[in-house]
Design a protein around this ligand. Sequence first.
Ligand code: LMG
Ligand code: NDP
Ligand code: PMR
Length: 395
Amino acid sequence: MALQAASVVSSAFSVPKEGKSGASFKDSSLFGVSFSDNLKAEFSSVALSFKREFKPVRAQTAATASPAIDRGASEGKKTLRKGSVVVTGASSGLGLATAKSLAESGKWHVIMACRDFLKAERAAKAAGMPKENYTIMHLDLASLDSVRQFVDNFRRSERPLDVLVCNAAVYQPTAKEPSFTAEGFELSVGTNHLGHFLLSRLLLEDLNKSDYPSRRLIIVGSITGNTNTLAGNVPPKANLGDLRGLAGGLNGLNSSSMIDGGDFDGAKAYKDSKVCNMLTMQEFHRRYHEDTGITFNSLYPGCIATTGLFREHIPLFRLLFPPFQKYITKGYVSEEEAGKRLAQVVSDPSLTKSGVYWSWNKDSASFENQLSQEASDAEKARKVWEVSEKLVGLA
Ligand code: LMG
Ligand code: NDP
Ligand code: PMR
């Protein structure tokens, strides 16, 4: 107990390790976060960056599909069939709230792709989701065999695939040593990026077959992977470097477990994985949008400080983080509200523009946000894509 308390205190006040970031207490800094003028302005009025007006985007007609319209419903009235959406990690947090919002709309059938079937079943029941509007299917993103098995099972179900939401993630902020996926990739990048990379590459074909008017592939990103924001400057910062660790397979044996080849840092691995998520979305857009008409998007749903994502953080952090985000940064958003935001990216007929990283202002109006330099680097996106396809056995 005493040992635990001591470790809580020491990690609570830990200073970022030398050389891990440019920030130091000699700078104008708070908890090791240095504030450039630009970022100071952002912190003093976080809302400011959210005040850009949302410009509604005109709905595009999907290039290939004939609209999925059920003409028999009532005379002369055309009704759209239910959309079919796969949401990964729908057993908790944002994924669950999104699944609930979509299922309750009555317009969607949600395939909850989860690693813990029973947990998902209980969560869906406890959330009161209408049972005709969801199906749970097993998917463990930390195993490429499981990803392939999921794709097979999904195809056997003969449901169409209209939208895929890559939402699941793990975050290991306090791990001292890396852990690994079934194939031996560092767990956070292996799950959050590589598992989703294989899943979305395989399911692209299914999305392309759908006759739904707007087909979408959404990969959840985050502000913490974007170093053009204050949150993205909290050490350790995301940085993929020259991808030497990723190219080596992130196995911690003959290669580093970190994408940039550095020492393991769980918080950085998570942020790096989010950069990969945002780069992957853009690379999909560049490679496939024009030919398929599929919409590729990413988003930052707001700081949902109460989710299971922080389950491995120290208790003091879990206690202070929600009030800190609510009252100090004002970046806090409830699970319910965040779920509505992601559900909007899934289903809002006006959000068909592809290649966009969506964010929301205080009144929950969506706007197209800017990604950091690294998270919008087209050359890096191409390299991440090519290295990743080798790792997951697609090239
Ligand atoms: C690190 O944890 C891990 O060590 C690392 O491995 C990695 O995982 C990393 O990015 C992930 O996290 C460090 C983390 C944990 O500490 C922080 O970075 C601080 C963030 C915590 C957010 C809570 C901030 C505290 C705000 C409290 C709100 C209540 C009241 C505020 C008062 C306002 C003033 C009027 O650390 C923690 O979880 C706990 C941090 C405990 C800090 C305790 C300090 C409390 C004192 C607050 C005073 C703040 C005032 C500062 C400015 C003064 C201006 C007058
Ligand atoms: P949660 O921990 O609540 O949800 C994560 C989900 O991912 C859970 O359902 C979890 O399953 C699932 N998951 C984890 N590992 C695997 C795996 N190997 N295979 C399948 N599913 C897995 O966190 P959030 O809801 O906060 O996170 C959802 C997304 O939102 C993530 O992409 C995160 O990066 C992003 N995000 C979150 C923010 C926040 O402030 N919370 C801010 C910005 C982005 P299980 O229930 O079994 O653990
Ligand atoms: Mg951060 C504008 C301020 C802002 C926002 C929107 C976030 C979001 N954070 C902000 C500021 C700060 N945070 C500041 C000033 C600090 C230092 C006190 C700080 C600290 C902090 C920590 C220690 N923040 C964190 C952590 C985490 O462990 C979380 C993390 O990085 O996970 C990777 C986190 C987050 N802050 C956010 C968001 C959204 C997170 C959650 C993780 C994510 O999904 O990206």
